[in-house]
Design a protein around this ligand. Sequence first.
Ligand SMILES: C[S@@+](CC[C@H](N)C(=O)[O-])C[C@H]1O[C@@H](n2cnc3c(N)ncnc32)[C@H](O)[C@@H]1O
Length: 237
Amino acid sequence: MVNIGKVADTNFEAFYLKTREIESRVYSDDVAKKLPNLTNNHAQFKEWQLRLKTLNRITNYLSTFKNKRILEIGCGNGWFTNKLNQTKNIVLGFDVNKTELTQADELFNGIEFWYHDIQLGLPDIDKVDFIIFNASLQYFKNLKTLFPICNQVLNKNGELHILDTYFYNTKSISRAKQNSIRHYKKANVPEMGSYYFHHCLRDLPPHKVLYKPNIIVQKLFSDSPFPWIKIEKSDLN
Ligand SMILES: C[S@@+](CC[C@H](N)C(=O)[O-])C[C@H]1O[C@@H](n2cnc3c(N)ncnc32)[C@H](O)[C@@H]1O
């Protein structure tokens, strides 16, 4: 059973899922269980091969820890939460999209899934050692208010990691915003334009870039275009 926390904006789910349907990103149970490994004739095969690189990096890192508590924020259908759960740590997933969260809960065992928006504060859980945003930070408008809440749920020496999220530079951001609005209008879900946010690295507190995309490496070794960012608890306030 999915644990019920607090979600204020219940409109998001319908717009988000409509977009995902259009992009063919609402996966059947069979496909969700196999992610990120898709057959090589799948339209999104290449994209998921890149996500596999990110997955391998973070699971190698987390496999050096045992019995730590890991919270994934924006866990969706739970494929990644499940991979985290195979690292011998204790895993929780939060999401505000009940449809995919319910799928996650049905497909993957031993994980505490919460229907909860951390922006509204914390549900009744023990503190965690790691917080991970994987392909989800772009749905959070205000990092200045988000990170202090994350800080409250982190144990001493805790870490926040951001994966598979694009960070814009100051020059490209206004064009990127216009492109997103155009993209969602064209997809006939204009409402999503006000749920997608563009962040720059300079919006983050002091952080380390543990993987920095490089166009040559990306092309030669087909690696991820997204950075892997680590922020220590002491830098989150
Ligand atoms: C692109 S999916 C990423 C799913 C998964 N983490 C992955 O790596 O494939 C983004 C997820 O963030 C969720 N999300 C958006 N806003 C959220 C919020 N305020 N709290 C929790 N989850 C949120 C969406 O519902 C969606 O499931």
